[in-house]
Design a protein around this ligand. Structure first.
Ligand code: C5P
Length: 285
């Protein structure tokens, strides 16, 4: 039996650059893995068999789950016909912009590569991952990355500072496809985030400067469709967050804090209002 952790991610800013001929959108974003993790438990099964169980009944437990799709894609790429049993314990909220499903899929690719001794390189695993979803290639390696293209152009960058994140996951979910189809171009026209990233050396990003530029092109849409979002952002300010933003296409909002104590105070404030809250840190390796 092997237990693997699949971390969530935050988008430290996200700008949509335009629609591509293949229907996807080009983006620029900094992705970072954080220490909020799903758990995947791998065990042996009879030849050719895939046995999958997820502890959350709201998620698909068959071929629609990205975990099963990852097993299928891996089998096809390697011609390996071993059996596998996978149990997924969900901790990352879904439809929340935290990449939970994509991270689960990447973790399956990495684990099968090891368990079945398949010898695929990390780049080959990333290529396989892209067939499963735009965010999957990023999760093949933990850390902080400048992400471009539809999610496949990755440049891992150093992260020196100490920050604490407070995540607030509202009850509503956001479908990524819907968000890309309906986002407002307001911030794209302004373009402060992309300009900032294009002007700095990604290997020497000052966290304090980045925190001044945490724009997310999906935020105007999510603000317009869900009134509680502006209250949550306001509450982050009141609770002394250095900065606050939306992760991915939502629905998770997060505040960045200088130290644990300030973050813990914010957690208490949000919990007293009945929100689902997570206190997290960057997960860099
Ligand atoms: O790649 P993934 O399956 O996660 O994407 C879900 C949907 O989000 C896509 O079908 C597409 O409509 C949209 N999308 C996009 N551009 C991206 C990523 C996702 O338009 N870079």
């Amino acid at each position: 039996m092997i237990v693997e952790k699949a971390p969530a991610k935050l988008n430290l800013g996200l700008q949509i650059l335009g629609k591509r001929p293949d229907g996807y959108h080009d983006l620029i974003s900094i992705f970072q893995t954080i220490d909020l993790c799903d758990h995947l438990i791998f065990d042996v099964a009879k030849k050719g068999q895939t046995i999958f169980h997820c502890d959350d009944p709201k998620l698909p437990s068959g071929p629609d789950n990205l975990v099963c799709q990852a097993v299928e894609v891996f089998r096809q790429a390697t011609d390996i016909d071993e059996g596998i049993q996978i149990r997924l314990e969900k901790h990352i909220p879904y439809g929340a912009g935290l990449g939970g499903g994509s991270s689960d899929a990447a973790t399956v690719l990495l684990a099968l590569n090891r368990i079945w001794n398949a010898g695929l390189s990390l780049d080959q695993l990333r290529d396989l991952g892209l067939n499963l979803g735009s965010d999957v290639p990023f999760f093949i390696q933990k850390g902080t990355a400048l992400v471009q293209g539809r999610g496949e152009r990755l440049r891992y960058i150093p992260w020196h500072g100490h920050v604490v994140y407070v995540l607030v996951a509202p009850e509503f979910e956001v479908a990524t496809g819907w968000a890309y189809g309906n986002y407002k171009k307001a911030l794209t026209e302004k373009g402060g985030y992309a300009t900032f990233l294009n002007c700095v050396n990604p290997d020497e990003i000052y966290i304090s400067e980045l925190l001044q530029h945490l724009e997310n092109d999906f935020l105007p849409l999510i603000l317009q469709t869900h009134s509680e979002v502006s209250q949550i952002l306001e509450a982050f300010k009141k609770n002394d967050a250095l900065s606050a933003s939306l992760s991915g296409s939502g629905s998770t909002l997060y505040g960045v804090f200088e130290d644990q104590k300030a973050a813990e105070n914010a957690v208490s404030a949000f919990e007293s209002k009945g929100y689902r809250v997570f206190l997290c840190h960057p997960m860099l390796s």
